[in-house]
Structures are given as C-alpha cells and as structure tokens.
Design a protein around this ligand. Sequence first.
Ligand SMILES: Cc1cc2nc3c(=O)[nH]c(=O)nc-3n(C[C@H](O)[C@H](O)[C@H](O)COP(=O)(O)OP(=O)(O)OC[C@H]3O[C@@H](n4cnc5c(N)ncnc54)[C@H](O)[C@@H]3O)c2cc1C
Length: 354
Amino acid sequence: MGAPDIDYLIIGQGLAGSLLAWTLLQRRQRIHLIDDHHSGSASLAAAGLVNPLGGMRFNRLPHLEECLAAAGEDYRALEQVLGIPLWHPLGMVRLFREPGQRRFWERRRDDPACAPYLGAPFPPGGSGYAQLDDRHGGFRQRHTGYLAVSRLLRALRDRFRAQDLLSESAFVPDALHFTPRGLRYGERHCRRLVFCEGHRATRNPWFDWLPLQPAKGEILTLGSETPLADEIINARHWLLPLAEGGYRFGATNDHQRLDSQPTTEARQALLAGFQALFPHLPTPAVTDHRAGVRPNTSDRRPLLGAHPQHPELLVFNGFGGRGSLTIPWHARVFANWLDGRGELPADADIARLS
Ligand SMILES: Cc1cc2nc3c(=O)[nH]c(=O)nc-3n(C[C@H](O)[C@H](O)[C@H](O)COP(=O)(O)OP(=O)(O)OC[C@H]3O[C@@H](n4cnc5c(N)ncnc54)[C@H](O)[C@@H]3O)c2cc1C
C-alpha cells in the first residue's frame, strides 16, 4: 500500500484557503486546492481593511500583536514573490457617531494594551477634512491599512494554476472515500482534507453544526472629482482611499438574503450613507458594486480544528469581517498544530463547542 499522493487537500481558494496553502507550501507540504471559481466568495468582495480596534466600543482584537506581525510579514513576503503591491498601511480617522461614544475611547486610552493603537483625539469639526461631517469629534488610529484582497487571490490563483496545484470545480462530498491508505477524492489520495469554504460550510455534511452566522455585505467603488480624504474614514460607514485612485465605500450588513448579488437597495443605502458623511458634496459616480457573504460566527471567533469522529477532516474558517488581519497568524498556528508543534488557541479551537 503506497503513501498518499499529497498531504493536504484544501477546499476553497478564498483568503483562508489561499493563505493556508501558501503557509503549508513554505513548510514543504504537498497540497492541492479545489475551488469552484470563487462562487459566492467573501474575499473577492472584501475591502481588506485592517483595524485593530473594532466596533462601536473600539474593542481590542485577541492576539492582536501576533496577528499584526504575521499579516505584515506575510503580505510583504507575498508582494516580493508575486511582484505586485498588496499591503497598504494607511492612517484611520475614527469619528464618534454620538457624543456618548467618547467614553469608550476614554476607557481604551486608559488601557495600556490599547494605547499604542490610539492617536490624537480631535474636537467636533476638528478632523482636518472641511467637507466631512465630524460634528461629534473623534480620534486617529494607528496600525491600520488595507490589503488588496482580490488582487492577491487572482495572483495566487494564477500561480497555483501554473503549478498544477488547483482544480477549478465544485467539491462533491459523495466522491470522498475513507480508505486504509487515507482519504481518496476521485483519483487523488491525501492524508488530510481542510475545509476553507467560508459561509458555504453551512452546507458541509461533516461541519454543518458549526455556529456560522453568515452576513451579506455590499460595497461600492466611487469616483469623485473632489479629493475626499487621504486616510481611511471610519464612522457608521467607512471610506477607503485606494492607492490606484478612487474610493471604496461600505458596507451593508444583511443576515436574511445570503447571496452574492449586488442590490439596488444596498446601493441606495450606501449612497445615503455617503451623503450623511459628506453632506455638501454631490453624489459620486459608482464605478463598481460588489456583494459577498461574510463567514461570521456566533462568538466572533474563528473555527479551527478537526472533526470529532474523522480527525483527518479539518476546518479553517470563521474569520468573519476581519480575515485580512487574522488569517495569516491563524494559518501559522494551524500549520504548527498540524505538524504536532503546539496547541490551537483555545478561543479559536472548535473543541470549545463540544
Ligand atoms: C462586503 C464585504 C466587505 C468585507 N470587508 C472586509 C474588510 O474590510 N476587512 C477584512 O478583513 N475582511 C472583510 N470582509 C471579510 C472577509 O472577506 C473574510 O474575512 C474573508 O475573506 C473570508 O475568507 P474565506 O476564505 O474564509 O471565505 P471566502 O472568501 O468566501 O472563500 C471561500 C472559497 O471557497 C470556495 N468554496 C466554498 N465551498 C466550495 C465547494 N463546495 N467546492 C469548491 N469551492 C468551494 C468558494 O468558491 C470561495 O472561493 C468583508 C466581507 C464582505 C462580504
């Protein structure tokens, strides 16, 4: 009986599957990816914002220093290997949505673990952008920026294709067989299989019990005659100035309609959001409109680990609306764990669910 052809079969070439594949290749593992042309992909819709302090209360992300360091290192390394710009550090202006939100900023300011991420506060009207409605004031944030996610995925797809590491088709669960030689999928034998299916894991026959709470999001790309900002503006909506010109503006949040179709309602809601942020500017031209479904989870933590009955079936998912910052570090710890070197972080291990 021979050895398996490959070590890992990875289902899904979104940001999670791509960065895990890249991490495993660095460690000389034999891998193969299956992806059905990014159908319903969150990553292709994502703006790629990296923001260490999330939500209305500016909550600090767990494992923040490790995540920032791994993301910076991996995206810079991928820029070198792929020969394209990917990682764009960029300041962020955080606007208070109402006066009471300031107290959350004060709490973070007094917390030494958050202080390195906080820049100077400014009073109402003091953001430095004359056209912006900054009536409640705000503050500047550090260690923020964005990843050009779709550019990265397309470049990696081309590379995986060229190396014959990618099959572009749907994964068919009935074609997976558990044999004494390991797993067999079609003609391919593999030691282990990792599901990186994003929100579509809700239909996975082995992992449909995972607590995914998918949320559809839509974002616009805008052209504007008037320069709007040269930092990320983050309020009820966010505005991202792109390195190549133009702006991304987002995002909506819909838990009901879980498809990847851009809608007129979302476009109108986003343009109304733009008008609220820049009340004196004309409606900008919309040059692109994307939609995708975020793989959110009920406790906002990722889903990493092995199936309780079939330990050769693994999951690497649940990165919600923050995959650009969190996936690189989790890919490293997941690869270490696969190698028998180290534990999974308890807050991401699916063993927490049992
Ligand atoms: C509108 C929007 C804005 C966002 N903005 C940001 C942001 O600013 N910053 C940030 O960090 N994150 C953001 N996100 C979230 C980010 O997209 C996710 O964290 C991340 O991209 C998830 O990657 P993934 O690989 O887990 O999932 P996906 O990108 O959905 O990838 C899953 C892949 O698996 C494939 N697949 C699934 N099932 C199968 C199957 N059975 N057979 C074959 N292939 C299969 C799909 O085709 C897809 O390519 C945003 C998301 C959306 C929708």
